[in-house]
Design a protein around this ligand. Structure first.
Ligand code: CMP
Length: 142
């Protein structure tokens, strides 16, 4: 299986609740290794740009408001089949429907406050990594 990189956000709800470390540990235990990581408080322009694909959706305004409500951790994760693995570890988008033991089930609340984001495909992973990180910020792991 190919070694991939994917983009991940530990969202404001998980950070504010003190669960960032727990979320990260589940990702690492699942076989994903951070190669870049930054805590930041997204501006409205950054959140709108990052989620531009959802601009016409009814939940867009609330999504941007939530994502700018407090600090997040943006990170790049590396591992075998990292894109699918990250999504498996996060669970379903709606925390109320996420399988037991998944990040969103354990640390999220609903479809908006869902603790974590992960890229859904190789092209979005590439775009999302590039949105927040330059190539020189990505570590090479031994
Ligand atoms: P995320 O993986 O960050 O990608 C887009 C986000 O939009 C998603 O997680 C949810 O938090 C949010 N989202 C998706 N669908 C809805 C919805 N129907 N209502 C509110 N928020 C949504």
């Amino acid at each position: 299986m190919a070694i991939e990189r994917t983009f991940s956000i530990i969202k404001p709800d998980a950070v504010a609740a003190g669960n960032a470390g727990h979320v990260l540990q589940l990702l690492i235990d699942g076989g994903l290794r951070p190669v870049a990581m930054r805590m930041m408080h997204l501006t409205t322009a950054q959140a709108e740009g990052f989620y531009a694909v959802h601009r016409e959706r009814p939940f867009f305004k609330d999504l941007v408001k939530f994502m700018t409500s407090g600090p997040v951790i943006v990170q790049v994760l590396e591992g075998e089949n990292a894109i699918a693995k990250n999504r498996e570890l996060m669970g379903a988008t709606d925390s109320r429907k996420a399988a037991a033991g998944t990040i969103r089930q354990k640390y999220g609340t609903d479809i908006e406050r869902n603790a974590a984001h992960g890229s859904d495909a190789p092209d979005t992973a590439k775009y999302e990594i590039g949105f927040f990180f330059s190539g020189s910020e990505l570590a090479t792991l031994g």
